[in-house]
Design a protein around this ligand. Structure first.
Ligand SMILES: Cc1cc2nc3c(=O)[nH]c(=O)nc-3n(C[C@H](O)[C@H](O)[C@H](O)COP(=O)(O)OP(=O)(O)OC[C@H]3O[C@@H](n4cnc5c(N)ncnc54)[C@H](O)[C@@H]3O)c2cc1C
Length: 361
């Protein structure tokens, strides 16, 4: 199939590519998306949309219809003998099956008038007639290689595996279960379906083996039928030196990523799409370069902070117990994580401030 002449050609029709396509189309550009795969496209993903991701979707003109997915109010960390939870300061997050999110994005792109060419590879990019090319072809991006952008500033890779179970949700928080060497996280994605994922360093690890280290969680899901086959993917915190070259710009995982434990990959991709559309209007990709760097800062910082606890059992034990004793600190960190930290001081009453001071000593 031929690739059309267009203002903007997006290579890769995953969440990042579709968001960028919608944002550009809403600015008046003609946009075509090519993707080598054909929907429905599933992927290893924690399937959580944080409140800031939902806000970015709203800016793209996309509302997830009521009744789709399961809203969650916050995050719960669970350690061996301890747990702590916090709610988002405002709004909620949403977990929904990845192919459903993808279809919502496809429908929105079609409604905006984006040309969608499935089963079509980016192929020989020299044949393409487009004013701008957006590489949204995921973490192993060909566009990135072709544009000579494959120069990493930092790379920290892990792996993620996920499965789903047919069962009623037991919580309105996403749970992160901490083991010294890996984390499991759990999100209800439908009224009768729960996703369980493991994030680890071992390519041979699988969800059901990891569950053996969490007897309570294992007991909850052991009787439930599995509804999906296990899928794995790379969970990485990666940063490129630059994400643009000439008329080419990268978005989503093609442009770098944050570890899946942050739950921020999709929100970041959506915000990149919005920022890129503004840069296209200005005809200046340097603006996107700056915006991309700025957007990555908070999730990357939070990924680094969270991963301080990975592989450090003593620190992890102390940190989880400390947070359990000072839940206001956990609320503060969650607010910071989702970009809702408007008034830091209100998280710290006198007692908490004194306790943090004592912790420092
Ligand atoms: C285990 C795990 C859990 C995660 N949990 C969360 C979470 O809870 N919340 C969150 O926000 N993020 C999460 N993430 C991150 C999130 O899944 C990614 O950031 C997101 O999928 C990136 O989207 P993308 O469109 O950039 O890439 P992709 O989803 O990989 O899409 C890339 C697209 O490009 C296409 N493509 C590839 N090569 C070509 C080519 N040569 N020509 C044409 N098309 C091509 C592919 O077919 C694909 O459709 C998780 C990731 C992992 C691994």
């Amino acid at each position: 199939m031929g690739v059309p002449d267009t203002d903007v050609l997006v290579v890769g029709g995953g969440p990042a590519g579709l968001a960028a396509a919608i944002a550009a189309r809403r600015k008046g550009f003609s946009v075509a998306v090519v993707d080598a795969a054909v929907p429905p496209i599933d992927k290893a993903c924690g399937e959580g949309l944080m409140p800031d991701a939902l806000n970015a979707l709203a800016e793209l003109g996309i509302q997830i219809p009521a009744g789709i997915g399961i809203p969650f109010r916050g995050i719960r960390f669970v350690g061996e003998d301890v747990s702590v939870e916090a709610d988002f300061p405002s709004g909620y997050a949403l977990a929904l099956r990845r192919p459903i999110l993808h279809q919502i994005l496809i429908d929105a792109a079609e409604k905006e008038g984006v040309d969608l060419l499935w089963g079509t590879s980016g192929g020989q990019l020299s044949d393409i007639s487009a004013r701008w090319i957006i590489g949204a072809d995921g973490h192993a991006s060909q566009v990135r290689k072709w544009a000579g952008l494959d120069r990493w500033r930092r790379v920290r890779e892990r792996l993620g595996f996920r499965v789903h179970y047919r069962m009623a949700p037991w919580t309105d928080h996403v749970e992160v279960h901490w083991h010294p060497q890996f984390q499991m996280y759990v999100a209800a994605v439908a009224a009768d379906e729960v996703m369980v994922a493991v994030l680890c360093h071992d390519a041979r690890a699988r969800v059901e083996q990891a569950l053996e280290f969490f007897p309570e969680l294992q007991a909850r899901v052991s009787e439930a039928p599995r509804t999906t086959m296990e899928r794995g993917g790379v969970s990485a915190t990666r940063r490129l030196w630059v994400v643009t070259q000439g008329t080419v710009a990268l978005v989503g995982d093609a442009s770098g990523s944050v570890d899946a434990i942050t739950g921020e990959g999709l929100g970041l991709a959506f915000r990149q799409g919005l920022a890129l559309a503004d840069a296209l209007v200005a005809g200046n990709l340097d603006l996107y370069e700056v915006a991309h760097r700025k957007l990555a800062r908070r999730p990357t910082f939070m990924a680094d902070l969270l991963l301080l606890l990975d592989g450090r059992p003593e620190l992890q034990y102390r940190a989880l117990h400390y947070l359990a004793r000072h839940p206001q600190l956990f609320r503060f960190l969650l607010a910071l994580h989702v970009g809702q930290l408007r008034s830091p001081i209100r998280y710290f009453d006198h007692g908490a401030t004194a306790a943090i001071g004592a912790g420092r000593r």
